[in-house]
Design a protein around this ligand. Structure first.
Ligand code: NAD
Length: 353
């Protein structure tokens, strides 16, 4: 079992393996970097096939949170946790209380939130054992439902508009054609904002109900799911899966801007260079999809949604800085984003004593 030599280790400050035989808890808490503040990141519950797979996933995701929070201008570092187990059959309140005790022992250097396989109810169990939990809705602000997706969509919308401004000299979306791949929690909210701003939508989803709703509500045009990436549009917004920008797809993409919510849209870094060479402006996913983590932070601080939204509007300035530097230096936007994040958090992690 490798930890220090895992390709995603990258100077993690702390990795904690926590187990509780009474509840069956097997978990890993990874704290990548706390230079800017305590690390924050979701707790993923997943039936990993091997322990190495769980280690790799938690390290990769934790490191990603350092970069995301730094570019979102949050006073937070990057961390993540995983529980090895099947969320459909192995969840108990006792398990999450044991997880809460494990998080408490990390002493506030890691703040947990929901992620794939965990729910607000699970966070409530964790919160019975530790105060280091983000994103629990106290119900005081009616504009706050506990769902981060509308905030993620708002950040993507801001980033997309900034990309249009950079390419076209203004950010008027009136009449522009936008292809949205995936009409789930984020994609559907994004469609609503784009429609309101006058964009023409071309959409696809594997779920026919989502597609029908977008046609009725936004007058969207539909294309089959395997054609959406290649639609004849100005902007492509991937809001479903990672890895969609790859050797197979890249030469067929007709959009001149790519700006969407999906994590890890580029299959590898070199696809960022290929987009630059093809003169396609790519808004790095982790920069523009940070609205959800901004909301988790503001919710935890007890600040109103109006402040969350104001902060999210700052995503536009960050992405503009990335576009400008990338153009000046003839580099891919993804590469520039990573270097800007490292400037902000100081790429050297602190050691735990
Ligand atoms: P979701 O599961 O609610 O929606 C995804 C949608 O994509 C589903 O409706 C699904 O049917 C559709 N889909 C899947 N494969 C497809 C395909 N091949 N073609 C067309 N549609 C397809 O997820 P979500 O919460 O909306 O998140 C969307 C993406 O954004 C994910 O990659 C997620 O990691 C990322 N993201 C989400 C948030 C958030 O706040 N929810 C935050 C940051 C990043």
């Amino acid at each position: 079992m490798n930890v220090f030599s895992d390709t995603a280790f990258d100077g993690h400050e702390q990795v904690v393996f926590a187990s509780d035989p009474d509840t069956g808890l097997k978990s890993i808490i990874a704290v990548h970097n706390t230079n800017l503040g305590p690390s924050l990141g979701g707790c993923r519950m997943w039936p990993y096939a091997t322990e190495q797979e769980a280690i790799h996933d938690v390290l990769r995701l934790s490191r990603g949170m350092t970069y995301k929070s730094a570019l979102a201008n949050l006073p937070l570092g990057g961390g993540k946790s995983v529980i090895i187990g099947d969320p459909r059959s192995q969840k108990t309140p006792q398990l999450f209380r044991a997880m809460g005790r494990a998080i408490e022992q990390v002493g506030g250097r890691y703040i947990v939130a929901e992620d794939v396989g965990t729910t607000p109810a699970d966070m409530v169990q964790i919160a019975s054992q530790t105060k280091h939990v983000g994103g629990i809705n106290d119900g005081k602000d009616p504009a706050r439902t506990g769902d981060p997706s509308p905030f993620t969509a708002y950040g993507v919308f801001m980033g997309l508009k900034e990309a249009v401004r950079f390419k076209n000299g203004h950010d008027d979306l009136g009449g522009l054609r936008v292809a949205v791949q995936g009409l789930g929690n984020v994609g559907y909210h994004l469609c609503r904002m784009l429609h309101k701003a006058g964009a023409q939508l071309v959409v696809a989803d594997l779920n026919a109900n989502n597609v029908n709703n977008a046609v009725t509500e936004f007058g969207a045009t539909t294309v089959p799911a395997d054609e959406i990436l290649y639609a004849d549009v100005d902007i492509l917004a991937p809001c479903a899966l990672g890895g969609v920008i790859n050797d197979h797809s890249i030469n067929k993409i007709r959009a001149r801007i790519i700006a969407g919510a999906a994590n890890n849209q580029l299959e590898s870094d070199r696809h960022g260079d290929m987009l630059r060479e093809a003169d396609i402006l790519y808004a790095p996913d982790y920069v523009i999809n940070a609205g959800g983590v901004v909301e988790v932070y503001y919710c935890r601080e007890g600040k109103p949604v109006t402040e969350t939204n104001k902060h999210i509007e700052g995503i536009g300035a960050t992405v503009r800085e990335i576009f400008e530097r990338a153009k000046q230096q003839n580099l891919s936007t993804g590469f520039v984003a990573d270097r800007l994040a490292e400037e902000r958090f100081g790429s050297k992690a602190k050691t735990v004593t």
